[in-house]
Design a protein around this ligand. Structure first.
Ligand SMILES: *Cc1c(COP(=O)(O)O)cnc(C)c1O
Length: 234
């Protein structure tokens, strides 16, 4: 099976998973993560109907966005202050912001470019030391601080679950959704640039847990781009 067929098959599986839990499939974006492949492979996914792609390194988002400006490029990787200038011109949505100084710099760069940068706040729901993101108890305050930024719009939250245990992943995804619901109730009405519709959660191994918990963006790399992943899953 090639990239186009795998993309189409996962899209169908997501649609089925949505129907099984009473959700509208149009609520869930399949975001192929193209970080391990080049422009030709991305073209195959575009031919299969993909429009949005995730990248985790500044050099790669710049290179691919310049080669394929018809696609929408999401930055999902570790944000470093000195690379924000490279990321913002190309990013449709930045999923991985959580430090206030980075949010301020994104705001300043977006202002210079005359754009409003859509962003998600990354939350370390599981509390694993190896994961980045805000502690759950700091989300409300971080959202309030974003209220001062006129060129950033916070569209929701993002998390990564520990790998290898579906039940744990599900707890993490339910946790992110609960945080979002609470922030929608308590913070959104008082912060103008905050509309928390998006939940970016779920990857190749755990998107099936994320969809019933309310994921609106599933970030899928290997299951779309790697034939070996398909073989090992079967
Ligand atoms: C690589 C990556 C993914 C995709 O992971 P797969 O397991 O290959 O689906 C999703 N999110 C982030 C932040 C990543 O870095």
């Amino acid at each position: 099976m090639g990239i186009a067929q795998r993309y189409a098959r996962i899209r169908e599986e997501i649609d089925e998973a949505c129907r099984a839990c009473g959700r509208d499939p149009r609520e869930v974006l399949l975001l192929p993560v193209s970080k391990t492949v080049g422009v030709p492979e991305v073209r195959e996914a575009i031919a299969a109907g993909a429009l949005d792609f995730g990248e985790n390194r500044p050099d790669c988002i710049v290179e691919k966005a310049e080669a394929l400006p018809q696609a929408r490029w999401h930055f999902i990787g570790n944000v470093q202050s000195r690379r924000i200038r490279d990321i913002v011109p190309h990013a449709h949505l930045i999923h991985s912001l959580f430090e206030e100084r980075h949010l301020r710099k994104v705001d300043a760069v977006a202002a210079e470019l005359g754009k409003v940068q859509d962003a998600l706040l990354e939350v370390n729901v599981s509390g694993e030391a190896s994961k980045s993101g805000l502690a759950p108890e700091d989300v409300a305050e971080a959202l309030r601080a974003c209220g001062e930024l006129s060129h950033v719009r916070v569209r929701g939250l993002m998390t990564m679950a520990p790998q290898g245990d579906a039940a744990v992943a599900r707890e993490v995804f339910e946790g992110l959704r609960a945080l979002r619901d609470e922030a929608q109730r308590a913070v959104e009405p008082t912060v103008d640039n905050c509309q928390l519709n998006e939940l970016s959660m779920g990857m190749s191994e755990d998107w099936r847990e994320a969809v019933p918990c309310g994921a609106t963006i599933v970030r899928i790399g290997r299951a779309v781009f790697d034939d070996a992943f398909e073989e090992s899953a079967q």
